[in-house]
Design a protein around this ligand. Structure first.
Ligand SMILES: Cc1cc2nc3c(=O)[nH]c(=O)nc-3n(C[C@H](O)[C@H](O)[C@H](O)COP(=O)(O)O)c2cc1C
Length: 311
């Protein structure tokens, strides 16, 4: 078990809404399980943060298969928020994560304001959870995510309900499936969000020509991977200019160069999702590459590149 503390590297350290991290690289929810699944490949102590699979009040089986489909430059998923439920997470998954010196961020989701509040409360009463990431943006679950994340008032209300139940930093994860993402970001900031993370997947679909049926049983799914990076980057840049809370960049980050682009666009940290499926060591390689970029360009601190886009 590699639970030894890492030597700290001051140039890479960041603090997001009170959440201290060794570096700005986190795993994205739903692509890194509960951490344990990747521990044979990645020294979890080297990560900035681990965002766990989205947690709901009760366990969920998710959508019926097929629910994953590869596309050009990305993948579609309609997993449907399958998860062990918040109580099993606390009892069976969190003890493993507590052994590591890494920020643990619990991604949460609910089908009602009350469920969001209940999940937030349970996670705030235990040791070892350092922040909450509130998924208001899942495009797969008919009764859930989309309606909360696509309406500024609903997104703000979810934020308030969660804030009322917790002293932990609250990161609200935004959906790109809206006309004006900046107005949603401003609404959650005004409701007390400590940071926003963005983007979740873009709704898409693909069709089997032989059968003329959708590849996914759910018909539509969430598109992720390199295909969405330019859209994500544009949205991060837009939002970073109109909120004063930190922005965490997500979407198609495969390399250190991708991560650095997000930081130059205004993100104070990044999350790595689909890349973990292709290369389980992607996060570590990205951290090393970012550190080399600082050294090669004689930049003292990773924070010095945030929002430095020249237009
Ligand atoms: C299989 C899969 C499952 C996901 N599950 C969740 C989830 O439970 N909660 C959430 O907020 N986002 C979830 N996401 C979205 C990712 O965290 C991320 O926002 C998105 O994939 C874009 O980043 P990427 O292009 O680096 O993968 C999931 C993505 C994938 C591919």
């Amino acid at each position: 078990m590699k639970t030894k503390q890492m030597k700290s590297d001051a140039a890479m350290m960041v603090e997001i809404a009170g959440l201290k991290m060794k570096n700005p690289v986190m795993t994205a929810s739903g692509t890194f399980g509960y951490g344990e699944e990747y521990a044979d490949y990645v020294d979890l102590n080297q990560l900035g943060g681990i965002v766990v699979k989205g947690l709901s009040l009760k366990p969920r089986l998710g959508n019926p298969p097929p629910r994953i489909m590869e596309t050009s430059g990305g993948m579609l998923n309609a997993v449907g928020l399958q998860n062990v439920g918040v109580e099993v997470f606390i009892r069976e998954k969190l003890p493993f994560l507590r052994k590591y010196d890494v920020a643990v961020i619990a991604n949460i989701y609910g089908e009602s304001y009350l469920e969001y509040a209940q999940v937030a409360k349970k996670l705030s009463q235990v040791q070892g959870v350092h922040a909450l990431e509130v998924n208001v943006s899942c495009p797969n679950v008919k009764k859930g995510g989309l309606s909360f994340g696509s309406d500024p008032k609903e997104a703000a209300e979810v934020t308030r309900r969660v804030k009322d139940e917790t002293c932990l930093p609250v990161i609200v994860k935004l959906t790109p499936n809206v006309t004006d993402i900046a107005s949603i970001a401003q609404a959650v900031e005004n409701a007390g969000a400590d940071a926003v993370s963005m983007i979740n997947t873009l709704t898409g679909m693909s069709i089997d020509l032989q059968t003329r049926t959708p590849h996914l049983k759910n018909i539509t799914g969430g598109l992720s991977g390199p295909a969405i990076k330019p859209v994500a980057l544009r949205m991060v840049w837009q939002v970073a200019q109109c909120v004063s809370i930190p922005v965490i960049g997500i979407g198609g980050i495969m390399t250190a160069e991708d991560a650095l682009e997000f930081m130059i666009a205004g993100a104070q940290a990044v999350q790595i999702g689909t890349a973990n499926f292709i290369n389980p060591c992607a996060t570590i390689e990205i951290i090393d590459g970012m550190r080399s970029y600082l050294n090669d360009n004689k930049i003292k601190n990773i924070k010095d590149i945030v929002g430095t886009l020249r237009t």
